[in-house]
Design a protein around this ligand. Sequence first.
Ligand code: CU
Length: 372
Amino acid sequence: MKNFTAMCVRHFLVGLFAFGILGFSQNAAAQQNWHAKVGAQTPGMGRQALAFLPNEIWIHANDSITWTFNSDEIHTVSFLVVGQIFPPFPVGCPGFSFGAASFDGTTCVTTPPSVKGSPTFTVTFPTAGNYRIQCLVHSTMNGTIRVLDASVALPHDQAFYDKEAATQTQALLTDNDHAMSSDMGSMTTAHSGDMSVRVLAATNRLAAGSKKLSASSGANMSAIGHVTAGVGEIVSTTGGVQTSSLVRFVKGKIVIHAGDTVEWGNNDPQEPHTITVGPEPQDMFDPSSNVTVDPDGGLHAVLSSPSDAVHSGFILQALPDQPGMPVNSNPDNAIAFNPTIFRVTFMGPGTYNYKCVLHDNLGMVGQVVVLP
Ligand SMILES: [Cu+2]
């Protein structure tokens, strides 16, 4: 009994103590500023975490969060209003001028597209509620800010979020689920066993080609070499989705013979890429006029010499159709029936340098050497 009483007193005292601490922390929490990061990358910039790190944060009403940009790939920190049309990233939130912001769900706020070294963005959340954070550049990059009334205890502290951001960053940047997703830091590093490149023997190609000829009204779609133009994966947390993207032409340096065809395929669920030989075109979305469509929907061009130019336009995975929406109507799908494959038949010998015009700043370049 004595022990029981002692325990009760102790609980009572602990309770009082905790109440005092809570009361104090509530006052302190009114001004609490939290920190999170936007994006992450490997040192060579080849692998990008398209993610808010972390992408789920519990705070008190009137707390603020400061986001720091952390990659050479562009991102925005944006809070949209429920029901508004998702704006293109160059448009952002009309009427909002960038600076410290407050968001209560009624007025859209955003940063401009930003990279490492850009100004940070601090948003104060005056009203309890759950708010979606979104990158306007990457639709598969979002999260949730859970704003609680000051009387409710918060589940985590800043140290927890720092640790979680580090864990998520590590997971997104070292994801090896895809056999082809190793970060090819150097373009000249060639792994003969790399699954992303299938180089068919010329005899096999001829056999396959002749079979396809009869089946596809004269078009020969068989390729000597296949280059993976980007690989990615979307992962989910309880706050939203994060995407890991390898922005590289995997084994992008390839040696073929005149008359051979190289095929590029984009295996990224989020990032569009281009295959561009020659100067950067004005219209990045659409293929150049010397590109035709193969019967299987792949795009195709024929180049005669390294001084020729070609631009694939956006090669990207179409966003999934949604129940209740017209099929293939998503405005983010820039081209009807988005091509994911691009082929070039190289007729003349020489060295053809190519790049992705969206990601050459991250090192997404390649080379086709055509032997006689
Ligand atoms: Cu790209």
